[in-house]
Design a protein around this ligand. Structure first.
Ligand code: ATP
Ligand code: MG
Length: 208
């Protein structure tokens, strides 16, 4: 069997994000995607310098990575990778995906996003290349309807319709932006994210 005919035997979920900080919106999306699409693992990959973010005050990679580690500690099928944080220069998903396919050639890759990020995928660097390599799972996110986007894909890009999957999840109107704002304003963030992450934010004095 050569490389081209080799069967992909299992599915790996990949969730990229700034994770500044990680919260239950991310974790619920990852867990529901894992179960619905029978993913053997979900790999969380915090971005290095995100090409799409114009925030200048983004927390150091080591803090964001540590928060992800703490958040997924109790789930044996969740893992995280520092590959983007350790890479020099901006993080482009296409490079990450190329590397992952090299490391795990037997895995089919499923990239998990919220519906806000899903709507943007055509603007990603080498979007067409990405769409030939992997499958996308767009988890419902309050305020970001995917209907128009999915209609657009059906009409304009019928060749990839079956690679883009919409996933209904219990909607959580939680965002990292809101959590950072709450910390700054001394409002509660408990129950929006794992307690271990909340304690770390307190300990490191993040988002003050
Ligand atoms: P920020 O407010 O800083 O943009 P965020 O909450 O959007 O943070 P990101 O790190 O930007 O979190 O998101 C990483 C991925 O997780 C994206 O694909 C995003 O769509 C998805 N995501 C984030 N929050 C939710 C949520 N509440 N429900 C579903 N998906 C989510
Ligand atoms: Mg975001």
């Amino acid at each position: 069997m050569n490389n081209f005919t080799k069967q992909k035997t299992s599915r790996l979920g990949v969730m990229g994000g700034t994770f500044d900080p990680i919260h239950y919106g991310h974790l619920v999306a990852a867990e529901m995607a894992r179960s619905e699409f029978k993913l053997s693992k979900v790999l969380f990959i915090p971005t290095g310098i995100p090409p799409h973010k114009d925030r200048l005050d983004i927390s150091a990679g080591e803090f964001r990575l540590e928060m992800v580690e703490r958040a997924i500690e109790d789930n044996p099928v969740f893992a995280c990778s520092a590959m983007e944080i350790e890479r020099q220069g901006p993080s482009y998903t296409v490079e990450t995906l190329r590397l992952l396919s090299k490391i795990w050639p037997e895995h089919e890759l499923y990239f998990i996003t919220g519906t806000d990020a899903l709507r943007e995928i055509f603007s990603w660097r080498e979007a067409e290349e990405i769409l030939t390599m992997i499958q996308f799972i767009g988890a419902a996110r309050p305020g970001f309807d995917a209907k128009d986007f999915l209609q657009y894909v059906r009409q304009e890009h019928p060749e990839i319709v079956d690679k883009i999957h919409y996933l209904e999840v219990p909607a959580l109107a939680i965002s990292s932006t809101d959590i950072r704002r709450r910390v700054k304003n001394k409002q509660p963030i408990r129950y929006l994210l794992p307690e271990a992450v909340r304690l770390y934010i307190e300990q490191k004095n993040l988002y003050r």
